[in-house]
Design a protein. Sequence first.
Length: 269
Amino acid sequence: MSEDEADLSLDNMFTEPPRPRTPEPTVAVYTRELGRHKWTDEWEEIKIRLVGTHPLWGNYLWNAARAFASYLDEYQELHRDKYVLELGAGGALPSILAAKTGARKVVITDYPDADLVNNIIYNVEVNIVASDRDRVSIQGYIWGRAVDPLLEVISTTNTKSVFDLIILSDLIFNHSQHDALLTTCELALCQNPSDLHSISPTASVLVFYSHHRPHLAHRDMEFFEKARGRGWVCEEILTRKFPPMFPNDSGEESVRATVHGWRLTRSPS
């Protein structure tokens, strides 16, 4: 074979730069805070494995999730013996804490992507003892779609067949998805899907977030404007400072480092 012919080999004609390796999963540790209680159970930390990289940001344990877990641990009456749904769970820290502290059933959801869902399964198996795992269900779910598969999980043990608490942890930066999130919350809490007044006044949606892009904070807050327009009562229940997730990002650091927590409820009709 001549030198010119050798240059026409497939390897020479269709060369590609080496593809970077997919980053390995990482593990973040949540350490329990004492708060206003002296806990009788013995666990002190939850280890959350995070996918190596993901376009839906499931590769970070966000400050909002840490604040959420601490809040649920502090106020266990919000979920103890109740039915809990988390949307867009990522590593699922708040859901796992709820399951470990007495929730009757926790349904953990995220976008139906195998890497995300399998990672949640792994975190549940690592952090929840085998005898309690029947109180946890993990599903892929797209916001705004029918909630029948989510309600079916709790229908055998819940006479109302609806959830008591919904967890939204660091989701409202998805501005285009505000309506879809609210629609799912309403469907998952309504005893009569055609009547929003059938949502119990004791049911709630907890929304924790940071303004990751301070110049778009007003867009984040549109979630609550839309919620009020749909009949929700919105109350801020927490403001807490953390070290910023990304110190070198643009925008005022104190804004990016603050976690806000809100509770959404329905007024008694």
